[in-house]
Ligand binder design. Structure first.
Ligand code: FES
Ligand code: FE2
Length: 424
């Protein structure tokens, strides 16, 4: 099923420290040491050399449409609270949510709209551009340089409506360079035509990479998802749900998941049948009604018949799925070697009838059930990896996307270690 002849395989990757090749051994043979999922040392490396240096998506521009609109994103892996705010000039900026007086957290709400931000401790005031505008009893701070006491900025950029931040004081590459060719697809997609309808999140007892991996291969679908999506996306000539088309964009990976055109909801599941019969749901073609994404030049890049959804891994921790009738993202944020925060955001068309509303609610819950099958299992996988019973896992040739992610991180770790040794 894979259209590998038409598309180049993995090439050099550049996430800001110069181009390098993913680890050849892992790419070719698929063996990955278990300790990359369990060791504190490896986890610390990923935080310092990946998560604190690359562009990370923290939200959407639609969350803050007007001047003064803001939200706060806690990036626990870095102990950073990021305040993202749209200024009076319409620019979106991000700041460390830390008062320049004595370090209090300035904004405590998760989101809202304000003309200024007042620290609760002693009432220093910052404007929406982060400048310190008011200090009570100003004369008692003769050495305060007010102009140099703005909230500390965090690098911010947007593309395709996604707001990214980069925690490096001076990011080594632009967001455009980081996203590379996939950014060109993302930039033009009409994602804003869909409404944000639901956020689901859960702290998982797994390494963050296990979540990314489970969303980057279809090999598990025939076994793990018997009760949910298996029959919807599996066909006789594609029994292990390989991607219909796949591409590599630097560290990012693109795959198209196909629908089974013969699948029909059965009377054995009447609610499912009713919901899907109305409008279709996210993974299958609606009967005559599809959203703005099918047919868009940025989706279904291989022009696969029976396209259902793209599954795009945006390095390091995002799964983005533009689908026939909706789109959604999943983020896997590292907390500890065996703990991560899963966040999913779902975007659906505005329902025009109660039936459509019902169908989209059903689609959401169907997706919840599907991903729950994965995450319950992944917690068991993590525990078994920690048992020490095996030293390596092995990815098949068809699990080449998770293999690619593992190969990038392994090569980066080796490279960083070589640089550090050379510097000592
Ligand atoms: S710590 Fe913010 S005003 Fe004092
Ligand atoms: Fe799954």
């Amino acid at each position: 099923m894979q259209d590998n002849a038409a598309t180049p395989g993995p090439g050099p990757v550049n996430i800001g420290s110069g181009p390098f090749m993913p680890d050849r051994e892992i790419l070719e043979h698929g063996f990955v040491p278990v300790e990359v999922y369990t060791s504190q040392e490896r986890f610390d490396f990923e935080i310092e050399e990946v998560f604190k240096k690359v562009w990370l998506n923290v939200g959407r521009v639609e969350q803050i449409p007007d001047a003064g609109d803001f939200f706060v994103k806690e990036l626990a892996f870095a102990k950073v609270s990021a305040l993202i705010v749209r200024g009076r000039d319409g620019e979106i900026r991000a700041f460390h949510n830390v008062c320049r007086h004595r370090g209090m957290q300035v904004v405590w709400d998760q989101a809202g709209s304000r003309s200024q931000f007042r620290c609760i401790y002693h009432a220093w005031v910052y404007n929406t551009e982060g400048e310190l505008t008011y200090v009570p009893e100003r004369e008692c701070f003769p050495e305060l340089d007010q102009k140099k006491s703005s909230l500390q900025p965090i690098a911010t950029a947007t593309l395709g409506g996604f707001i990214f931040v980069n925690l490096a004081p001076r990011p080594a590459q632009s967001l455009e360079d980081f996203l590379g060719g996939y950014g060109d697809h993302l930039r033009t997609m009409p994602l804003g035509k869909y409404n944000f309808v639901l956020k689901m999140s859960k702290v998982l007892g797994t390494n963050w990479k296990l979540g990314v991996e489970a969303n980057q291969e279809g090999y598990h679908v025939h076994s793990m998802h018997i009760r949910t999506v298996r029959d919807i996306i599996r066909t006789k000539d594609n029994p292990f749900t390989h991607f219909g088309h796949q591409e590599y964009y630097g560290p990012h990976r693109y795959g198209s998941i196909l629908a089974n055109p013969e699948w029909r909801p059965t009377a054995a599941r009447p609610v499912h049948q009713f919901a899907v019969g109305q409008t279709g749901s996210q993974l299958y073609q609606a009967d005559g009604k599809v959203g703005a994404l099918p047919g868009h030049s940025g989706t279904n890049l291989g022009n696969c018949p029976n396209w259902a959804t793209d599954s795009v891994a945006i390095f390091p921790n995002i799964i983005f799925q533009p689908s026939t009738n909706s789109w959604f993202t999943q983020h896997f944020w590292p907390i500890a070697p065996n703990k991560s925060l899963w966040e999913a955001h779902y975007y659906y068309p505005e329902p025009t009838t109660l039936r459509e509303k019902f169908a989209s609610e059903h689609g959401l819950m169907f997706n919840r059930d599907t991903v729950s099958e994965d995450y319950i299992a992944l917690e068991k996988q993590q525990r078994m990896l920690e048992s020490g019973a095996i030293q390596f896992i092995q990815f098949s040739r068809a699990e080449d996307h998770p293999r690619h992610q593992a190969a990038i991180l392994a090569a980066l770790e080796q490279r960083t270690r070589r640089f550090q040794q050379a510097a000592e």
